[in-house]
Design a protein around this ligand. Structure first.
Ligand code: MG
Ligand code: MG
Length: 259
């Protein structure tokens, strides 16, 4: 069942989403060559708890950590380890917060130092495709309009859209109906109504669209081992224009000050 949210519920999701944005900004402050992904995870968990939230992913279907940290060819669901971040990596950090009974869920791909120009372009296009998808999250449109906009934007540039993983509804549960694929056809799928809260999260590959799961039971990587990028926002469907509940503002500020 699809649950449309009240303004009170939307406000609580906004607070959780905002804390996710601030947590990702804490990650932005310390992400550098030489830091382990475990250290990033510890900082994120500490920051979330200090601010009155709980990590939304930890324990979800047995997931061990606060952050999903997915480097280079890893698409999503990488988990923190002794692996050190290094110059030339792209690092997707996906973070969830549960607070006041509601989830926030947002992801950002960090570029570490100088990366290959083709990889930098992939990251930029993936972020832009998220904006394209959000523009379609308006009342009266269909789920397929969101995926179509994302798919068109990235395929025109020679990238491919992961099919096996999709965005989702969001609220009291981390994953609610409906699914939000990053591919699709215009005018097809569930009709969007005001008050529907969605996590839109393009996962875009430099090479082919195929992915495989590693034997650890979590990590999803590209089959061809080419890079993959990931950005995610929580949005509420409104008349005329979607409202974005999560934010990259704090991350962008930190990254700008570090340049
Ligand atoms: Mg996420
Ligand atoms: Mg999500």
């Amino acid at each position: 069942m699809i649950h449309l949210k009240s303004e009170e519920e939307i406000e609580l999701i906004r607070q959780s989403s905002l804390l996710v944005g601030k947590t990702l900004a804490e990650v932005a402050r310390i992400i550098d060559p030489g830091i382990t992904t475990e250290a990033l995870d510890r900082r994120a968990e500490e920051f979330i708890r200090d601010n009155g939230g709980k990590p939304g992913f930890k324990g979800y279907n047995g997931f061990p950590s606060t952050l999903c940290i997915s480097i280079n060819e890893v698409v999503v669901h990488g988990f923190p380890s002794k692996r050190e971040v290094k110059e030339g990596d792209i690092v997707s950090v996906d973070c969830g917060v549960l607070m006041n009974g509601f989830h926030g869920d947002s992801a950002f791909t960090f570029v570490i130092g100088e990366v290959d120009a083709s990889v930098q372009a992939l990251v930029n296009a993936t972020r832009e495709s998220l904006t394209m998808g959000i523009e379609q999250a308006v009342a009266g449109n269909r789920i397929g309009d969101i995926g179509y906009a994302i798919q068109q934007y990235v395929e025109m540039r020679g990238y491919s859209v992961v099919r096996d993983l999709v965005g989702h509804g969001l609220g009291r549960n981390l994953h609610e109906s409906p699914d939000v694929p990053n591919y699709g056809r215009r005018g097809v799928g569930h009709r969007l109504q005001s008050g529907l809260v969605l996590a839109i999260e393009p996962m875009i590959n430099l090479g082919g669209k195929a992915v495989v799961q590693e034997r650890d039971g979590w990590t999803i990587r590209t089959t061809d081992r080419k890079a993959s990028a990931h950005f995610e926002h929580d949005v509420v469907v409104r008349q005329g224009k979607a409202e974005v509940l999560s934010t990259f503002e704090f991350i962008d500020e930190v990254l700008k000050s570090r340049n």
